[in-house]
Design a protein around this ligand. Sequence first.
Ligand SMILES: NC(=O)c1ccc[n+]([C@@H]2O[C@H](COP(=O)([O-])OP(=O)(O)OC[C@H]3O[C@@H](n4cnc5c(N)ncnc54)[C@H](OP(=O)(O)O)[C@@H]3O)[C@@H](O)[C@H]2O)c1
Length: 304
Amino acid sequence: MTSTIITAAASGTWKLGDLEVRRIGFGAMRLPQTGPALVPRAVPRDRDQAVAVLRRAVELGVNHIDTAAFYFSPLRSANELIDRALAPYPDDLVITTKVGPGRDLRGHWLPHAGPGELRGQVEENLRQLGRDHLDVVNLRVVGTDSLADRFGALAELREAGLIRHLGLSNVTPAQLAEARAVAPVVCVQNRYGIAVRPDQDAVVRSCGEQGIAFVPFYSIAADGGQYGAEDADAPGIRQVALAHGATPAQVRIAWTLRRGPHVLAIPGTGDPAHLESNVAAGSLRLTAEDLALLDTVHRQAEGG
Ligand SMILES: NC(=O)c1ccc[n+]([C@@H]2O[C@H](COP(=O)([O-])OP(=O)(O)OC[C@H]3O[C@@H](n4cnc5c(N)ncnc54)[C@H](OP(=O)(O)O)[C@@H]3O)[C@@H](O)[C@H]2O)c1
């Protein structure tokens, strides 16, 4: 498939609350560095390259960007790159950020924020992005503990006008239900892709039934996670890619979009060619035969 002129419009749209986004978005985690993300002493990426990727994403119709204040390398911050590249922001651009985790100035992880610390994290995002309010804020959690107090603190910031919509990340169905009893949830961002956490299939379906966007992360990087995509894609993925003249990464993105109209892609890259190819994946139409083969690959990871 050609990747030169296809825009994010090919992927269709979904509404995060009252904010309409194209289903192919962009994840900003790869921008501050080359190589592994979220590690101390990461190698800073060339600023002009990062800025160019962000501007090209918007030119290609991307209007949903995922970020976080803790996406930084020694010399670059994802939020500051977004501000530099895109401010004044297009009216239709939706920036989703996440709070909960934090890193110290050397890049080491800090304990997750408690309810009293979340306001500071929200304000940090506001400062870095140069915004008066945040479009969508995900509470990113680890573990299965109650999140009601933390989500309640964010709901107060939403009431105060600092946040438009709330979401969750890395949550269980029980945590989602708990949060929904506190305030509306517009999206769930969990790790998911072909052969990546097949146990999430039910969560994906359930989000769709509840009208909540499901936004998978690491759907291209798969087992590589923060270290990035690995070269070895399963033969089934390569076979489908070959049949469409597409790349395995495009097949991975297209497959997530086929999991339901509420699934939004946020592929991350610092490579302009990969960006264009990822956006073009919104036009890749997988056949029933492709889906059956990919489902086999997906299921093989069950229990793994
Ligand atoms: N909520 C959470 O806990 C959480 C955790 C992690 C990430 N996220 C969010 O999810 C977004 C997506 O995750 P991600 O960026 O780590 O992973 P991803 O999109 O699954 O994959 C990114 C990796 O794949 C490579 N890649 C991207 N497009 C490619 C293509 N067309 N062909 C070949 N390789 C390609 C990238 O390298 P190149 O730069 O060389 O293209 C990078 O190594 C992040 O950017 C971030 O916004 C959220």
